[in-house]
Design a protein around this ligand. Structure first.
Ligand code: SAM
Length: 365
């Protein structure tokens, strides 16, 4: 077998799960030579590769000889093992055979332990913020904060931990009413709002997003941001959103695939307040919390506020996303106008995670 100087390739064994798939994809993207091997081949994972080598099971008496032959023939210098029992076996095998092969990374079990500890550290950091935003009202436990963060992190989105933590706090004091989100993307913040609306017994959630390129483009932002829209497949965005909502209750959520302005017309006139063929969602027409996170161009954020704020209840919360924003000042200008013109109607206002949070003492005008 080649020594560590000449052995260049990374062997992924057993290449049978998503961790293997992810490693191979990332390694090949950075130009690392990878070879895949498995004993028990999983149809789907093996099927995407044309280069899968067969190795006997690790307990088979042929394993040692076959593995050493493969490692020598392919110049294997590193080994990635995404299965705990194999990782443990191979650590001892490499040691006992005194092989010049580096076993990459921690075992999957160790990784899981570390990942959980990191998550809990994140939740412990955020819990005081959640409690501060909730004020005197009882709010979430540490485990709930961790659980929400974990699920939200699985969903592609643009809401950061601090903003989500503030949402987890403020929703504790929202009055009963409808929860609205303008701009859903793939559902990171929608997932959190839907959970919180159920957890604090606030009311049904209505999400709004046209999932269309011509709505999504930020015409008042630099060209580089405008062209980012071209990377999206908006049917993937739509489908991904609904996939991401599956773990949550479906009977208190519906979605309008419309721009905010058209969605408001439906919301304002539909006396039955049901928008979904599959589920009957009873909206009150009065808003307990609204997350304005659609198009951030100044005129569109202003229009969102003019239309929707008239439906907000005393004690309700406005979350104006990207009040602090690198790509434009639409939300900042609209937020400042609100603070200036309606200051006397506001009970609390603060900025967290770049969003402006406003609690209305009296209905906004
Ligand atoms: C910043 S993303 C939303 C991020 C999401 N709230 C999250 O936390 O992951 C903005 C979204 O607004 C949507 N959008 C753009 N124009 C809109 C409009 N006029 N009405 C509603 N949504 C709009 C876009 O399609 C895009 O999905």
């Amino acid at each position: 077998m080649g020594d560590a100087q000449t052995a260049r390739a990374t062997l992924v064994f057993p290449a049978v799960n998503e961790a293997a798939e992810a490693y191979v994809t990332a390694a090949r993207a950075r130009g690392e030579e990878t070879i895949c091997a498995a004993s028990v081949t999983d149809g789907e994972i093996a099927g995407v590769r044309d280069d899968l080598h067969r190795l006997p099971p690790i307990y088979d008496e042929q394993f040692s000889e076959t593995f050493l032959a493969l490692a020598a023939a392919q110049s294997v210098g590193r080994l990635f093992c995404p299965v705990a029992s194999v990782h443990d076996f191979m650590a001892r095998f490499i040691d006992s055979q005194n092989l010049a092969i580096e076993l990459i990374g921690q075992s999957p079990i160790r990784q899981q332990v570390e990942q959980h500890r990191r998550l809990m550290a994140r939740a412990r950091r955020l819990l005081p913020l959640v409690e501060h935003c909730a004020g005197p009202v009882p709010c979430l436990s540490l485990l709930e904060v961790a659980g929400i963060l974990r699920q939200a992190s699985q969903i592609y989105g643009e809401s950061n931990d601090d903003k989500l933590a503030a949402m987890m706090g403020i929703m504790a004091s929202a009055p009963p009413g409808d929860v609205i989100e303008i701009g859903a993307l793939m559902g990171r913040s929608a997932f959190v709002l839907l959970y919180l609306a159920w957890r604090y017994r606030v009311g049904p959630v209505l999400t709004i997003d046209p999932w269309r390129a011509d709505n999504a483009v930020q015409r008042r932002s630099p060209q580089a941001l405008q062209t980012l829209v071209d990377e999206w497949d908006f049917e993937v965005m739509r489908e991904g959103f609904f996939v991401n909502m599956v773990p949550l209750r479906a009977d208190d959520h519906s979605h309008l695939r419309l721009p905010s302005e058209e969605a408001f017309a439906v919301y304002a006139q539909d006396s039955a307040r049901t928008y979904s063929a599959s589920s009957k969602v009873a909206y009150s027409g009065q808003i307990a919390a609204i997350h304005i996170d659609g198009n951030h161009d100044h005129d569109l954020v202003g229009k969102d506020c003019r239309l929707w704020l008239g439906r907000m209840l005393p004690g309700s919360w406005l979350i104006l996303d990207d009040y602090i924003w690198a790509h434009g000042d639409g939300p900042y200008r609209v937020g400042n106008d609100l603070l200036r013109e309606q200051g006397k109607r506001i009970a609390r206002a603060f900025v967290c995670g770049k969003a402006l949070f406003v609690q209305w003492q009296h209905e906004p005008r």
